[in-house]
Design a protein around this ligand. Structure first.
Ligand code: GLP
Length: 260
């Protein structure tokens, strides 16, 4: 696990560099996209590189992490719509090449199994962007989630509904109770995981993710079991890291050509 502590713009640039390197080397790359505010600066940077430098995603594919259950197809907070607005409609990625778990399927378990199958059929995810919840969730894998889980229906915690109420007119009761989400086992199957976290509210979750014992109580700690994880955090989110000085020294000494 590599931890980079830097200002938000620099973090976004690093994540965008990793995606650009991948897509230039393998135009048909499979990207894993996350919603939430943490990846927004990365998406803006990718759009800038697409618009100003011709970075193309035309042959790439993308899978999103999770989706609320029961939101209308045109609901602005439906993650499928969020990711279109924030990234995929702003670059040359055909909407038909973007998939997400189906939160409005009549048979949700079948839709979850089909989603796993679609990721496998695409050859798996090359690079997965992740955020982290204040309670240590990744995608919508809340505390108590199986560390081997695959895409399935989950119940959101009240903490997450409160955290996400800002997208629902500050009304936690308007945030759906249920979601469909890639499992932790699904996420761990991606080749490279790039997690972004900023702000003091994430400091405890980041500390647990990097330095805590692997535990379903802090689902993101499962990332310690993955061989290629980049944790990109600002000073505030790094505020509780005991190894912060070591991570700063390590990054400062790393040759720039190596990338993430
Ligand atoms: C939601 C998403 C997660 C995301 C988390 C953190 O719950 N399902 O994928 O990581 O929020 O969001 P933010 O980056 O806005 O703090």
């Amino acid at each position: 696990m590599e931890v980079v502590i830097a200002p938000v713009d620099a973090l976004a640039g690093l994540a965008a560099d990793a995606i650009e390197t991948l897509v230039r080397a393998r135009p048909e790359a499979v990207l894993g996209l996350a919603t939430g505010s943490s990846p927004l600066a990365v998406y803006d940077e990718l759009v800038r590189r697409h618009t100003e430098q011709g970075l193309s995603f035309a042959r790439a594919r993308a899978f999103t992490l999770d989706e609320y259950v029961g939101l209308a197809a045109d609901h602005p907070q439906r993650y499928r719509n969020v990711i279109a607005r924030e990234l995929t409609d702003r670059i040359d990625l055909d909407p038909a090449r973007v998939a997400g778990p189906d939160g409005s399927a009549a048979d949700l378990p079948a839709a979850c199994a089909a989603y796993e199958q679609a990721i496998s059929a695409a050859g798996g995810i090359d690079l997965q962007i992740l955020g982290i919840g204040t309670d240590g969730h990744i995608a919508f894998n809340e505390p108590g989630s199986s560390l081997a889980s695959r895409t399935r229906v989950k119940t959101l915690t009240m903490q997450t509904r409160q955290d996400n109420a800002r997208f629902f007119d500050d009304d936690p009761s308007a945030v759906p109770n249920h979601c469909v989400t890639q499992g932790i086992g699904t996420i761990l199957a991606a080749s490279h995981l790039v997690l972004l976290a900023t702000g003091r509210a994430k400091a405890e979750a980041v500390h647990q993710l990097v330095e805590g014992p692997v535990s379903a109580m802090w689902p993101a700690t499962a990332l310690q079991l993955h061989p290629h994880v980049s944790v990109l955090v600002d000073d505030a989110a790094a505020g509780r890291l005991q190894l912060a000085d070591h991570f700063r020294q390590t990054w400062a000494a790393k040759p720039a050509w190596q990338g993430l």
